[in-house]
Design a protein. Structure first.
Ligand SMILES: NC(=O)c1ccc[n+]([C@@H]2O[C@H](COP(=O)([O-])OP(=O)(O)OC[C@H]3O[C@@H](n4cnc5c(N)ncnc54)[C@H](OP(=O)(O)O)[C@@H]3O)[C@@H](O)[C@H]2O)c1
Length: 245
């Protein structure tokens, strides 16, 4: 049976990814910092086990890989999904928040992938990095977040080449705006979220915000054996937002 590790699985896209794999019978280790959110993800789905872990903590990568291996005896898919975002213009960037974004969005996925690598080599598995389609052009107020995600896409391309001889694939799914708690978690007020959604809708040629399930479907699909010739790819799933003039 397929064994999957999903970070940031207590909400939004991560929860939808965990459900998508579990609903097809895969075993899932759902990782996040908040026990109650993970419990909600796992509710009525015995295929989903949960692990409370801050992916930026010392030793977290080894702890997560060891927990998955102990629970399932294998790791076939790693989904690096957890991330944090803090908006600020250059001149107003707080050092602690900048470090937190780089640590969470770039360094932690790197260390977790490394910790899972022996298992991924054994299974000839797949790494799916969740980045953002916004990181392909200048993005005011989001320079640190965008840089962390552009860096993650660079890891995808480089690791795809490094790991190809082992049969391990590495891909990125790059969402556009998706209806999740990300803005709330970034400290936006309800009124700011309403205005953000309006702006986002106007920028997406399809004229709407995406749903977490629409991102999860691509994560799941790219991890399938039938997608076996796709590696090193960054797939924008964003209603054409990143290709519009
Ligand atoms: N929603 C969008 O519009 C959008 C657009 C483009 C890309 N994305 C990307 O999609 C991914 C999922 O985001 P989302 O929209 O689903 O946002 P979300 O609901 O805020 O989910 C992020 C998850 O990451 C977890 N997390 C954060 N820091 C963590 C840490 N240090 N250790 C472990 N878990 C941590 C959070 O849970 P805890 O706080 O409980 O740990 C949360 O469940 C992210 O990579 C994001 O950058 C989202």
């Amino acid at each position: 049976m397929t064994a999957v590790v999903v970070t940031g699985a207590g909400s939004g896209i991560g929860r939808a990814v965990a459900h998508s794999f579990a609903d097809e019978g895969a075993n899932v280790l759902a990782v996040g910092r908040t026990d109650s959110k993970l419990a909600e993800t796992a509710r009525n789905r015995p295929e989903i086990r949960t692990l409370v872990a801050d992916i930026t903590a010392d030793g977290a990568a080894d702890r997560i890989a060891e927990a998955a291996a102990a629970e399932f005896g294998q790791i076939d898919v790693l989904v690096n999904n957890a991330a944090v975002v803090t908006r600020a213009p250059l001149g107003g960037i707080d050092a602690k928040q900048a470090r937190e974004q780089v640590e969470t969005n770039l360094v932690a996925p790197l260390l977790l992938t490394q910790a899972c690598l022996p298992w991924l080599r054994l299974s000839q598995g797949t790494v799916v990095n969740v980045s953002t389609s916004g990181a392909v052009r200048g993005w005011p107020m989001n320079s640190v977040y965008g840089a962390s995600k552009a860096g993650l896409d660079f890891l995808t391309r480089t690791w795809a080449v490094e790991l190809a001889p082992d049969g391990v694939r590495v891909v990125s799914v790059a969402p556009g705006p998706v209806e999740t708690e990300i803005a709330e978690n970034a400290g936006f007020s309800p009124e700011q979220i309403r205005r953000l959604r309006e702006t986002q809708r106007a920028k997406v040629p399809l004229g709407r915000i995406g749903r977490p399930e629409e991102i999860a479907w691509w994560v799941r699909t790219l991890a399938r054996p039938e997608a076996g010739f796709a590696t090193g790819v960054v797939l924008a799933v964003d209603g054409a937002a990143s290709v519009a003039m």
